[in-house]
Design a protein around this ligand. Sequence first.
Ligand code: BTN
Length: 247
Amino acid sequence: MVAVIDAHESLDSTNDRAKSLISAGEVSTPVLVFATRQTAGRGRGANRWVAGSGSLTFSVVIDPADFKLETAELPLVSLITGLAVRDAISSKLGDVCVQLKWPNDVLINRKKVCGILVEIERAGAIPFLVIGIGINVGVDFRNASVEIRDRAISLNDIADQSVDPSEHLIEILIRLESELGDYRDSRAFPRKRYAAHCALTGRTVGLSSGDRVTYGLCRGVDDGGGITLENEAGSSVYYGGTITHIA
Ligand code: BTN
């Protein structure tokens, strides 16, 4: 999967570093940008992803043409990446509930263990995709606020022995390449596999977009990667927004 490795002890953000390599024309894909510590990591919207020791933070730069991806398919790339990460974590941890929270989180026992941020950056007219992944490996949440402790988890919290981040990194890269290759060859989002691990299906959720929250019973994710919500107004598919409530 990776042709070039750009590894750092500390970076503001691996996604920002990847974007600056692209805009400087210094990228020969696929590239792995890796940082042991990340001081100004970004999440979706205004979210931050600050990562000290105990986090696995990296970004993979791909040429969408290598996977026959249109830039409009970016939301699907986020979901496909989630599947790759979910399966990688699950394969290493065994009998643990690892699920997907649409659109870009991986959960263990219903708490967030991984966030994904997929962005486009252009070198002139040529678009590249930056797939940023942050995983709590050994982050110690014991002194964090109750709110964070209720919502976040580390791999080390549930593993029998201390987890080796590099093993997860390699497993994720292998699975990500395979998932993207399968999508290129089939042009079909693996909706059924996603559904099998979706933490939201069958639950009433609130989808926030700007100031508006839409509530509905989640009926899963469609072929285009949108979430289907059913309420008194009928059934609608949404491609943007953030799930802020789960009943
Ligand atoms: C989210 O949960 O909203 C997405 C979080 C994504 C964090 C990762 S860490 C590596 C990469 N670099 C960043 O600045 N962000 C992503």
